[in-house]
Design a protein around this ligand. Structure first.
Ligand SMILES: Nc1ncnc2c1ncn2[C@@H]1O[C@H](COP(=O)(O)OP(=O)(O)OP(=O)(O)O)[C@@H](O)[C@H]1O
Length: 304
């Protein structure tokens, strides 16, 4: 049985002697299930041993194959006293092939990082700082049909476009995700993501909780979903008041919405607590998440 296993191993290997050396007899090619045949293990043993012997001679007759074998006598100098280059060369000779300087791990894939969280939690603030401190990041510019506000720059804040042009993009499936918000369309252009990922850049998307849920359905586990949250409801409300952008009505709506949105935390991969006065720590944590994702053995692969 052992001989049979040994033979099977040999015949499955690339150096199968019966494959290269056709005049050798394969002892199992004409396997006879007759018990009489099986009752002659010595014949079998001799045949297999002969095959192994021929196989070894066959391998050593090819320099490329023989190269992988360890030479019998390689003088390796004692590492404590040896010259580094000399020791290196001796080790190379001993293992029988030059040491390669090719990277041992493949380059990490570009990532899509979706940042979401309740209104006023600090999404814009975190992303703005992240773009300042980290290279190789592209923040996706959303396409919108709403009018440009004072101070806004086309291509930087949004891609401003007509409703017709936007509807054309929907028809041609050029948007990763889109929504109608208070009568205006907003959407994420796919080509922008493709172009920047092709250059090796990581992509950051900032979306509300509903947008994140839609992207999760589309991208599944190919993107990293980060949920940004304040340390407490109390802190979030104070932050919204301090921003001085809200009316009393919109404040109430945002607080009520935030209560609901926090329940969606479990649908995300990571949660980052953006504590009062600790924006830098939050940004560092997002950076650590990106670094950890890039160190994963099984990388996320995006196809959009
Ligand atoms: N860690 C922090 N400590 C103190 N203030 C912060 C912190 N993070 C953000 N802020 C401030 O809180 C306010 C809200 O932040 P930001 O506008 O970035 O929130 P957002 O999540 O993008 O809100 P929205 O979804 O409503 O646009 C801003 O004035 C911002 O400067």
């Amino acid at each position: 049985m052992q001989f049979r296993r040994l033979y099977t191993t040999l015949s499955n290997s690339n150096h199968n002697p019966f494959f290269f050396y056709r005049n050798l007899t394969n002892p199992f090619a004409v396997f006879n299930p007759n018990p009489k045949f099986l009752s002659t293990p010595r014949i079998l043993k001799n045949r297999v041993q002969r095959s192994i012997h021929v196989y070894k001679r066959f391998v050593s007759s090819f320099p490329a194959m023989a190269e992988g074998r360890r030479p019998t006598h390689v003088p390796i100098p004692p590492p404590e006293t040896a010259n580094k280059a000399e020791l290196y060369r001796a080790l190379e000779a001993a293992v029988g092939s030059p040491f390669s300087s090719d990277p041992l791990a493949p380059d990490p894939h570009p990532l899509i990082i979706v940042v979401s969280g309740p209104s006023g939690v600090g999404k814009d603030a975190v992303i703005k700082r992240l773009r300042e401190v980290r290279e190789n990041i592209h923040f996706v510019v959303t396409a919108t049909t709403r009018g440009k506000r004072v101070g806004e720059v086309d291509g930087k804040d949004y891609f401003f476009m007509s409703k017709d042009k936007f509807l054309g993009m929907i028809e041609r499936h050029e948007l990763l995700e889109y929504a109608l918000v208070y009568g205006d369309y907003k959407g994420i252009p796919k080509q922008q993501i493709r172009d920047h990922m092709a250059k090796g850049l990581d992509i950051v998307l900032r979306v509300d909780i509903q947008g994140a849920a839609t992207l999760r359905r589309i991208l599944r586990n190919s993107a990293v979903f980060v949920f940004l949250v304040a340390e407490s409801e109390d802190a979030l409300v104070k932050r919204l008041i301090d921003r001085k952008t809200e009316t009393k009505e919109t404040l109430l709506v945002r607080i009520a919405t935030a209560r609901e949105e926090v329940k969606h935390m479990e649908e995300f991969d990571y949660v980052v607590v953006n504590r009062e006065g600790e924006l830098e720590n939050s940004v560092k944590l997002v950076e650590s998440i990106i670094d950890a994702e890039k160190a994963k053995v099984r990388q996320r692969t995006v196809t959009i």
